[in-house]
Design a protein around this ligand. Structure first.
Ligand code: NAD
Length: 364
């Protein structure tokens, strides 16, 4: 039994938006946490989340909360373009970090994080919350037990509403659905196929959405074929333009792995839990997006029930806090995983836009 459990953890939340608020609530309810500080570029958001969670301190200045003497560890839940700086500040101060994906928007920034981790002997984990969806934890376990034999290929695809992509692109201009969201499934595939890196990418895309960074229309649909070092072939795809009233409240997906001794097929379209209500059901992320017919269980981070938040984001946050307070290992992605996921995501976008084969590693 571990007798060195901590009950005095102080946690800073940088970025008190939708996900930051959920992480803050998880932290506030964890038995090892006795201090919360919230920051957001919008001071009203920092105060609102502090009030809601009973946080002891809030600020519009990230460094005020990261450097606060009662803060031991930092959660970075700011917009995608604003992850690097608070992570580097926490590393400089010797504080462990849980940061949302992606690690950054380019590989040069990702490498500054890896360099700082090496320099300060730091610990940064990334919120690839799909790992904590129980059905994918089960896949990881069965693959680790060798039930599929040698894995020769696989397939993973996810669909979501166009308004979800629009919201992400509003806060981080030009963010592609590949870097924002397909990255979860790239992470899963690489996690299942440990020590077998992706070496080549061929992708195609199609876009009708608004122009993003550089005036390019972000692809609504991107389909990619990945070749791994041992010759295994995966295809991964994302489509972010489902009609607004489609009943899913988050990612609809399918994941398959085939091997010499077995096959796993995971239906993640959430059509097994259907509710219709004349009263409407609100969307977790999108205000004014009520629908009458919904697939319950389709919200990507999870959902509230009987006073608690349940689902992948809750289990992931709890696993990280348990890791901090007891030293118990946790399955969260590390910075090298996050960098690999970003590199594959960028290679997919590059191949889709140039219509060329892209070999990894890619130049920065
Ligand atoms: N794990 C999951 O299930 C999941 C789901 C959705 C989003 N995410 C990720 O979580 C992060 C936040 O997404 P969200 O949906 O909460 O977005 P959001 O827009 O609701 O929140 C982002 C917040 O960051 C703040 N912000 C922006 N720049 C900042 C800066 N420089 N310093 C401090 N605060 C800053 C904004 O004011 C906003 O309040 C993103 O990286 C996103 O990809 C994860």
């Amino acid at each position: 039994m571990n007798t060195n459990k901590r009950h005095d953890l102080g946690i800073a939340i940088v970025g008190s938006g939708k996900i930051g608020e959920l992480r803050a609530q998880m932290a506030a309810n964890h038995p090892a946490v006795n201090f919360i500080a919230c920051a957001d570029a919008d001071p009203g958001r920092a105060k609102a989340v502090a009030d809601k969670t009973g946080a002891q301190f809030h600020s519009a200045n990230n460094l005020d909360v990261i450097a606060h003497p009662d803060v031991d560890a930092v959660i970075v839940s700011s917009s995608e373009h604003a992850h690097i700086e608070p992570v580097l500040e926490a590393l400089r101060l010797g504080k462990p970090v849980l940061c949302e994906k992606p690690i950054g928007l380019n590989l040069a920034d990702a490498d500054t994080v890896l360099d700082a981790i090496a320099k300060y002997n730091g610990n940064v984990r990334y919120g690839y919350s799909r790992r904590f969806k129980h059905r994918y934890l089960t896949v990881k376990e069965q693959v680790a037990q060798g039930k599929l034999g040698q894995i020769t290929g696989g397939h993973a695809r996810a669909y979501n509403l166009r308004s979800q992509a629009a919201k992400a692109q509003e806060r981080s201009a030009g963010l592609s659905p590949v870097v924002y969201s397909l990255t979860y499934y790239i992470d899963l595939m690489c996690w299942f196929m440990e020590n077998n890196p992706v070496v080549e990418v061929v992708a195609r895309g199609h876009g009708l959405g608004k122009p993003g960074a550089g005036g390019k229309v972000a692809h609504d649909l991107t389909w990619a074929m990945l070749t791994l070092a041992d010759g295994a072939v995966m295809d991964v795809g994302i489509y972010y333009a489902l009609p607004e009233k489609y009943p899913s409240r988050g990612l609809s997906s399918r994941l398959e792995l085939v091997g010499t001794d077995g096959v796993i097929v995971i239906d993640g379209d959430n059509t097994d839990q259907v509710m219709y209500s004349e009263k409407g059901v609100p969307h977790v992320h999108l205000p004014n997006q009520d629908a009458k017919l919904v697939f319950l269980g389709s919200s990507t981070p999870g959902a509230w029930a009987v006073g608690d938040f349940w689902g992948p984001l809750a289990d992931e946050t709890r696993a990280w806090l348990d890791f901090l307070s007891t030293g118990r290992p946790c399955a969260l992605a590390n910075a090298q995983d996050a960098r690999n996921n970003l590199e594959i995501s960028l290679a997919i976008d590059r191949s889709a836009y140039t219509r060329q084969t892209v070999r990894l590693p890619i130049e920065k």
